[in-house]
Design a protein around this ligand. Structure first.
Ligand code: AVJ
Length: 342
């Protein structure tokens, strides 16, 4: 795993076959070679360190993605609806900043309503390219968008976006690339990894490129703690689901009942931490190895860093961007930042 990284994997990209003229308008997929992504190795490494760690990317199997969608509707979980409100309220200003004939490159599958707002309002998009590691989710989301936006060329890219990846060439030459990273997912990355990711985005944006990114802001810890400890227990299920997924896909023998969800605001590091805490002394088997847990020993499953606007703009500057506009909600809980390459 690269130093300071929370998400990691290999990357090499293979291109799918060219589109057959006159064939049904399913979005053409560019696919990364999965064989080079050593997830088992990464998981074994994460469970060998202290504290034990598993990447939040393992949350999102089918059930995990459904649980995340349920989280977004929880009364306590403010980020999704707040960001959506900001996008709805300011999309005309955003479109003006972006200008006509841009190519929209989304880091993520593009299944959210925020994407649709951009596709509806950006001025004559050259193309839309969702980039996501989860191939099936990506293809389903891209096909749904292709049906609803027949005039926009949709070019999904199945890749680990933390490493540079070649972009497909749209039929219409774009005036500029706009990298879109909604959801404050940048908060999942440790500072070094967040910096590296912003550098990759800077590279993908290219000459005259721009970045539109959702940032969850620092706020009263009580609000943050509630958002990750909902009363319906959906976040707890989401967290524990990672163990079920690793059992199924990697042959581990985690007993989800022997772990409990914990989430708390870590003020010193400016982040929510999600843990899975062992309820007892136990041994878990995976990949021919044994991992011992002491009672109360935990696995870190997620960091969700929160930033002040000033912290974010310093981070953007270090990666070669300049924040030229930012929009927020009435509570200043979330912000959408528009950056240009310096
Ligand atoms: C999708 C990474 C933005 O950090 O708030 C929600 C994931 N974890 N509840 C977040 C999440 C627990 C979410 N992000």
């Amino acid at each position: 795993m690269p130093a300071g990284s929370f998400w990691a994997s290999g990357s090499r990209v293979t291109h799918s076959e060219g589109k057959v003229p006159g064939a049904p308008q399913d979005a053409q997929l560019t696919e990364q070679d999965e064989a080079v992504t050593d997830n088992l190795g990464e998981i074994l490494h994460g469970l060998s360190r202290s504290p034990k760690m598993l990447s939040p990317k393992y949350f999102y199997d089918e059930r995990g993605s459904a649980l995340f969608e349920a989280i977004c509707d929880l009364p306590e979980y403010y980020p999704t609806r707040t960001e959506l409100g900001i996008m709805r309220g300011h999309v005309d200003e955003i479109a003006e900043r972006v200008g006509p004939h841009a190519s929209l490159i989304e880091y993520g599958s593009g299944s959210s309503l925020k994407t649709r707002i951009l596709l509806e309002h950006l001025d004559r998009l050259a193309a839309y390219m969702p980039v996501d590691i989860s191939r099936d989710h990506l293809v389903a989301a891209a096909d749904a968008l292709a049906r609803d936006f027949p005039s926009i060329e949709i070019l999904p890219v199945a890749a680990d976006f933390t490493h540079p990846f070649p972009l497909p060439s749209p039929r219409i030459p774009p005036q500029r690339n706009l990298v879109y990273f909604p959801g404050s997912t940048i908060g999942n990355f440790l500072p070094t990894a967040a910096h590296e990711l912003l550098c990759v985005m800077h590279q993908e944006a290219g000459e005259n490129g721009a970045l539109l990114i959702g940032i969850d802001l620092k706020k009263d810890p009580a609000i943050l703690n509630r958002a990750y400890n909902d009363s319906a227990g959906v976040t707890a299920e989401f967290n524990l689901n990672m163990l079920r997924r690793i059992n199924r896909e990697f042959g581990a023998d985690f007993d989800p009942g022997a772990f409990r969800h914990r989430a708390f605001w870590n003020d010193a590091d400016g982040r929510i931490e999600m843990h899975l805490v062992s309820r007892k002394q136990q041994i878990v088997r995976l990949g021919g190895r044994e991992f011992r847990f002491r009672p109360d020993e935990f696995i870190v499953t997620e960091y969700s860093h929160k930033y002040s606007p000033r912290q974010f703009s310093a981070m953007a500057e270090r990666a070669g961007f300049r924040v030229v506009d930012a929009w927020t909600d009435a509570n200043h809980w979330f912000s959408v930042q528009f950056c240009l390459r310096r």
